[in-house]
Design a protein around this ligand. Structure first.
Ligand code: FDA
Length: 400
């Protein structure tokens, strides 16, 4: 039976970074560190991330940018490894980068450079590909037995970095959840996140003819203190609505709930339309709406509310209010999401109450760690998920 000191399950962002941290901090005292993955190449999601340029962190990283049943859990790890720490590694590796928007940092060149950085940093660890982790059992004398497609391996420490369930085609399996459950840990029900939502026929009837149109909108969900809202791009598609604003809100939306889209944020359209009716009542409703919306969208909304061809002067206050509400408070009830097939992340996962927030170690099981997306910590769109992968991996790597 093969024996190693530390096994890391999953050579994605978190696993590779953890191996690098162990090697960097412990050097030859790290013992034998084995990182295994059933994929043919390491860091496959990094390779395709950020449109091939990897949005590797976000300068605005803070605990409130993450969704978790335990919102304070991520704070310690995030404070222990900040965006600037990753940027320092990127700079040291000579990788050119730029800030795109809202603190999002991307490679100028290719996401491949980040994978190379991670592989270079973990030199000294053994990377084994094409090998599937099948389960983990405790050893009676301490340590763990890891069942794999190539036999059993024993290790003093096991780091579970197998990610979530998003995009099975890219190797996601959910094995991390099985391992957690096997050790008596509870799960916050995993669901697809950062994913396009799907809509009922009546909404599709409006969206489909506008497919390809993109607007800046504010999408919100919930009410009071649990209200979440994002102002970002909204894209009309043949399947409904997508774009960053919808992906962001999908982390918060649950089946049966509604979302509200403001197509003209910062504009009190009811007041504007009334004022415009006084000044230039002869303009058509669609023309008036086109002051704030792209013409195609203005036409579609005027048609939908039965005001196409009509003059502004002929509309009473109730009609103008209806039009304004349609623009400022377009209320939709998505019927679902596109699911694991296209989700960028998994919301939910290993319940953080079982984990030590400074080390990611299972409190009741010394030597067993969970890091990255498998844990119930999910970032907003915009580089936050990689920052969580680096920070949680750093916390565990330091503790090992
Ligand atoms: P990750 O999924 O990366 O790695 C898990 C590894 O475990 C995989 O290599 C898998 O093959 C392996 N594995 C699973 N089961 C196994 C088994 N049974 N045996 C052996 N190996 C197994 N985030 C961000 O911050 N910026 C961005 O630009 C993007 N862009 C982006 C685009 C797309 C298309 C997707 C799908 C996702 C993103 N993300 C992102 C999210 C980001 O990719 C994600 O949060 C991290 O990859 C999570 O890192 P982990 O290491 O936790 O899991």
């Amino acid at each position: 039976m093969e024996q190693v000191d530390t096994v890391i399950l999953g050579a994605g962002a978190a696993g590779l970074f953890c191996a690098g941290t162990i090697l960097e901090l412990l050097s030859e005292r790290a013992g034998r560190v084995l990182i295994l993955d059933h994929a043919r190449a390491p860091g496959e999601k990094i390779r395709i991330s950020g449109g091939g340029r990897c949005n590797f962190t976000n300068l605005a990283t803070a605990p409130d940018r993450f969704v978790s049943a335990n919102p304070r859990f991520a704070a310690s790890a995030l404070a222990g490894f900040r965006p600037a720490d990753f940027v320092a590694l990127v700079d040291r590796a000579g990788i050119a980068w730029h800030e795109k928007t809202l603190g999002q940092l991307f490679c100028d060149g290719s996401a491949r450079q980040i994978i190379d950085l991670l592989l270079h940093r973990m030199r000294g660890a053994e990377l084994r590909l094409g090998i599937t982790a099948e389960g983990v059992e405790p050893e009676p004398e301490g340590g763990f037995r890891i069942a794999t497609s190539q036999g059993v391996i024993t290790a003093q420490q096991v780091v579970v970095a197998t990610g979530g369930k998003s995009i099975p085609k890219m190797g996601a399996t959910g094995i991390g959840y099985d391992i957690a459950t096997r050790f008596g840990l509870s799960l916050i029900e995993p669901r697809a996140g950062l994913v396009p939502l799907t809509f009922a026929q009546q909404d599709l009837d409006l969206c489909r003819p506008l497919a390809g149109l993109s607007v800046s909108a504010e999408v919100s969900h919930g009410a009071g203190r649990s209200r979440s809202r994002f102002r970002d791009g909204l894209l009309f598609t043949h399947r409904g609505l997508s774009g960053p604003a919808i992906l962001q809100i999908s982390n918060f939306w649950r089946a049966g709930e509604q979302i509200i889209v403001d197509l003209a944020p910062d504009t009190d359209l009811a007041a504007e339309l009334r004022a415009l009716r006084g000044e230039s009542g002869r303009v058509a409703v669609a023309t008036a709406l086109a002051r704030w919306l792209p013409a195609r969208l203005a036409d579609a909304i005027a048609a939908e509310t039965g005001s196409d061809g009509a003059r502004l002067a002929d509309q009473n206050n109730a009609v103008l209010d209806r039009l304004a509400a349609r623009v400022n408070r377009w209320t939709l009830r998505p019927v679902g999401s596109e699911g694991w097939r296209t989700a960028e992340v998994t919301v939910g996962g290993v319940d953080t109450r079982a984990l030590d927030s400074r080390t990611m170690q299972v409190k009741s099981i010394p030597g067993l760690y969970f890091i990255g997306e498998v844990v119930d910590v999910t970032g907003w769109l915009g580089g936050y998920n990689f920052q969580w992968a680096w920070a949680s991996a750093h916390a565990a790597g330091k503790a090992i």
